[in-house]
Design a protein around this ligand. Sequence first.
Ligand SMILES: Nc1ncnc2c1ncn2[C@@H]1O[C@H](COP(=O)(O)OP(=O)(O)OP(=O)(O)O)[C@@H](O)[C@H]1O
Length: 228
Amino acid sequence: MIEVKGLRKFVVDGIDFVARPGRVTGLLGPNGAGKSTTLRVLLGLARPVGGVALVHGRRYAELRHPLRTVGALLDAAGPLPEQRAVDHLRWLALSNAVPRRRVAQVLELAGLTAVARRRAGRLSLGMRQRLGIAAALLGDPSVLVLDEPTNGLDPDGIRWVRDLARESAAAGRTVLLSSHVMADVAATVDDLVIIRRGRIVADGPLAAVTAGHPSLEAAFFALTGDER
Ligand SMILES: Nc1ncnc2c1ncn2[C@@H]1O[C@H](COP(=O)(O)OP(=O)(O)OP(=O)(O)O)[C@@H](O)[C@H]1O
């Protein structure tokens, strides 16, 4: 369970929402709306000016082994370019008391076994994205937070992320993801939170948010459009 209450930071101006276990929640909004800021506060990477963001009722900093509770994909969390993919994962596993054998499992899940010994700086954009998702899965967390997970992925990778999100929710996990790709979102999420200029403009089940609109894309533009 993720709870965001009265959150304020930079453009984010009093955001409240809940992402529930067993469901995939999509966080949507135009560039600069405040999605990454919200996720960075949730993951303890930024301190809010007001409000709180909680995982299972606790702030991120209060989690004992964060990786085993929240798996996160964020731009910031990547490996150093000279680090080998497998070593990045081993280091993360070690620092979070995750069994070493799990590294090979997540490399396999992410389709990275063949490039495991390649240095991160020599991986393609999509492979680096897969490595970030592998890292998120390492601790078999009950909460997944994925910021634009399909960025740079090929069609196979996009399908993998969609299936991963759906299967994780089916297994009772809480999944929160941001995306700009409406087709991915429509095929993946149960619930939607749409923000515009740091405020929530829609929050609810996908069908309820898109009701009265021909598509999610049409609903998104109607809800976030500027009067320019
Ligand atoms: N360190 C910072 N100092 C001041 N303002 C910041 C800082 N970081 C982000 N912001 C501002 O907060 C706003 C929201 O940015 P954020 O990255 O959360 O948006 P986003 O919804 O994730 O956008 P995108 O879709 O482009 O990723 C932006 O206007 C940005 O300029």
